[in-house]
Ligand binder design. Structure first.
Ligand code: MLT
Length: 208
């Protein structure tokens, strides 16, 4: 339901244009990724929910047991709730549900990955910043026609490189077109990769 997530919605220039589902990192909120989403899709609508789980007062999109160790039941429940929220938002704000792209950072990138694995119909693709494989799917989802940019930091102390590579392999195995970009940095985002994400997003919307 729409009221299940505190959120912001910023209309786009074109009601039939893309919608960026902005998903913040641990301790963020619905305001955090609006500027980044605006940079990536200057004309796009933005739907930005706040994660419903609190960890020592910090909003997240699902519980974790320790750093990098996820509570898989919480992840499943919150992924389903987010999928329902996106569908309710599409009806309420009157945007095309088939044109929703995630822009997720860290914990937000991980729930975006979970959405792709559990509810592959929800996202047309996305920009996943510092993502990792949240779990091994029991059966591969059908992600044909989906475009995903993954942006990773070579010196990221929080995200094991092997789990980033594994996510890319799983998404590709499911039929998605994946670009995995490694940057000589840590967990924090750099202006360069944000601009790269903006170029990647625009390029995908140009007719072939
Ligand atoms: C997660 O919990 O999703 C990852 O460890 C990233 C983060 O710290 O948010």
């Amino acid at each position: 339901m729409l009221a299940d997530f505190t959120h912001r919605f910023v209309p786009g220039r074109d009601p039939s244009g893309p919608v960026l589902l902005a998903l913040h990192g641990t301790g963020g909120d619905e305001n955090d990724l609006i500027p980044l989403a605006r940079l990536i899709g200057p004309q796009a609508a933005i739907l930005s929910p706040r994660g419903r789980v609190l960890e020592h007062g910090m909003p997240r999109f699902f519980r974790r047991i320790a750093e990098g160790v996820f509570d898989l039941e919480s992840l499943r429940v919150e992924t389903m709730a987010l999928a329902e929220f996106v569908s309710a938002a599409a009806a309420h704000y009157q945007f095309e549900a088939a044109r929703v792209f995630a822009v997720g950072y860290s914990n937000g990138a991980n729930i975006a990955a979970s959405l792709m694995l559990l509810c592959p119909e929800v996202l047309a693709g996305g920009v996943l910043l510092r993502p990792m494989l949240p779990f091994e799917p029991e059966s591969p989802p059908d992600l044909r026609g989906r475009r995903v940019l993954m942006s990773a930091g070579r010196r990221d102390p929080l995200v094991p490189a092997a789990l980033t590579e594994r996510l890319a392999a799983v998404l590709e195995g499911a039929g998605a077109t994946v670009t995995l970009a490694w940057h000589e940095t840590g967990h924090h985002l750099t202006p360069r990769e944000m601009e790269q994400a903006a170029r990647w997003f625009v390029a995908g919307r140009e007719p072939a």
